[in-house]
Design a protein around this ligand. Structure first.
Ligand code: ATP
Ligand code: MG
Length: 257
């Protein structure tokens, strides 16, 4: 069974893309067949996977509009050993163009159905907004992974995301689950980080992944080399944390075994 995970949080810069790339590479390293879908006009997951977003080729934009199929748009990322459906700034226009289309929330889900059986995991890197692109990601997914930075405002906005997930569940995707909340950019010397982390565990209990992603400079450096951190510096703390996250996900009863 394929497991489709949307990596989402409308807050910017919380580690969605870093998580998507490193988890894709980590699951692939464990022998899983992985597809990463860049659903953000910023194209960060594309660049961070070593693919030039400015090259002229089919992207997720054409896929959503029905002008390309996913088999044409996907590219093999040798750097991470997974497949990628790239994105670039053209995707920003999709929001407007999709509004007039039928079944506009289901475009990604329907496109993925063509290739789903070829993968164990499909990860969707969502943009920092609760827009139609993110709704496409949530409608296509079995579950949502929510990266959260352990800082004062982290919990603010989480209720909006949870509301959106509920709406998608009610109208578009009844079986959508919250897979887990991932603590990112964690600084153990900072008492606020610990307090927010404690609060998350109190509210969400077992939904909080045991793995914590520390603040680690190697994670921030890796994208400029077009490499997942787990290949750029596999002994760095950040890389080890993402490998342990991949392991935790593979051990879950709901995982794609
Ligand atoms: P956006 O909302 O813009 O899509 P995002 O949620 O995808 O952002 P990232 O792009 O993954 O977040 O991370 C934001 C920035 O922080 C990037 O420069 C990234 O390299 C850096 N970063 C991510 N995780 C860590 C970490 N654990 N330690 C240090 N730097 C990190
Ligand atoms: Mg991002």
């Amino acid at each position: 069974m394929t497991r489709i995970l949307a990596v989402a949080n409308q807050k910017g810069g919380v580690g969605k893309t870093t998580t998507s790339i490193n988890l894709a590479a980590g699951l692939s390293r464990a022998g899983k067949r992985v597809l990463l879908v860049d659903l953000d006009p910023q194209g960060n997951a594309t660049m961070g996977s070593g693919i030039d977003k400015r090259a002229s080729r089919a992207t997720v934009y054409e896929v959503l509009l029905g002008d390309s199929d996913i088999e044409t748009a996907r590219i093999r990322c040798e750097n991470g050993d997974f497949d990628l459906v790239p994105a670039n700034k053209e995707l920003a226009g999709a929001e407007v163009e999709l509004v007039a289309m039928e079944r506009r929330e289901n475009r990604l889900k329907e496109a993925l159905a063509e290739v789903e059986s070829e993968y164990d995991y499909i990860l969707v890197d969502c943009p920092p907004a609760l827009n139609l692109l993110t709704v496409n990601g949530l409608t296509a997914a079995h579950a949502v992974m929510i990266p959260m930075q352990c800082e004062y405002y982290a919990l603010e906005g989480l209720s909006d995301l949870v509301q959106t997930i509920k709406k998608v569940r009610n109208h578009l995707n009844p079986t959508l689950e919250i897979e887990g909340l991932l603590r990112t950019m964690y600084d153990s010397r900072n008492t606020l980080s610990q307090q927010v982390s404690d609060q998350l565990q109190k509210h969400f209990g077992a939904k909080v992944y045991r793995t914590i992603i520390p603040r680690n400079i190697r994670l921030a450096e890796a994208p400029s080399h077009g490499l997942p951190a787990i290949h750029f510096d596999k002994s760095s703390k950040g890389a080890l944390a993402y490998l342990s996250l991949a392991d935790e996900i593979l051990r879950q009863p709901s995982s794609s075994q």
